[in-house]
Design a protein around this ligand. Sequence first.
Ligand SMILES: [Zn+2]
Length: 224
Amino acid sequence: MAPCSTPSGRPVPRCICLATARPSPGTTFGARRCPRKSGALLPGSFNIWRSFMSFSIAEITCRLLAPRHELSCSWRLWCRLLSGLRARGRGVGESGAFLLGTRRDSGRRRIVDFLLYDDLDPHALETGIVRLDGRHFGKLWDLCKARGLTVVADVHTHPGAADQSGSDRAHPIIARAGHLALIMPNFATPPVTRERLGIYRYCGGGEWEIVPLRHRREFFHIGF
Ligand SMILES: [Zn+2]
């Protein structure tokens, strides 16, 4: 088996479910560049400005509507994610995705896009369970760098319950304390509510904590 890296850098056999990788230093970035305040507009400036404005308005609205939520996502994106996971798993196999977005100093994370595992590694779903080859992670970090995003969480489906498997616990896909891992039950078959999700936070050192059911709605906002 091809080795993949671990948080300690020691080679291990390729993971059964989720490959282990560490985020590159390039996944956290400073603020986006602001448009110039004076002078003639450069070609493409309008689109950059419009994109920046949309981002800012969404960010402000999110803060107003979901000030206490640690993780948030628009309904539109959430539905697109569920649809993508179901399509790739075809109802018979696991699928998954990196959830890409922004992370504020306060710890709040906003999901703005996702990257399906099999779009990163074409062989990721061939066995029916997720097996990511760590050699493909460079493409993920390049994408994050190009778009000014970071991996705010990961998600994968299970055929049954949303409990973590032993492999899920042993091999966090991002081995960084604070990383969030979501598990969708029944191959993401609707309805997938926050209460049916498994939401886990990696504490480091192989330890995880679960976000309790009673805290789901204040923890994870799906809406605007
Ligand atoms: Zn799993």
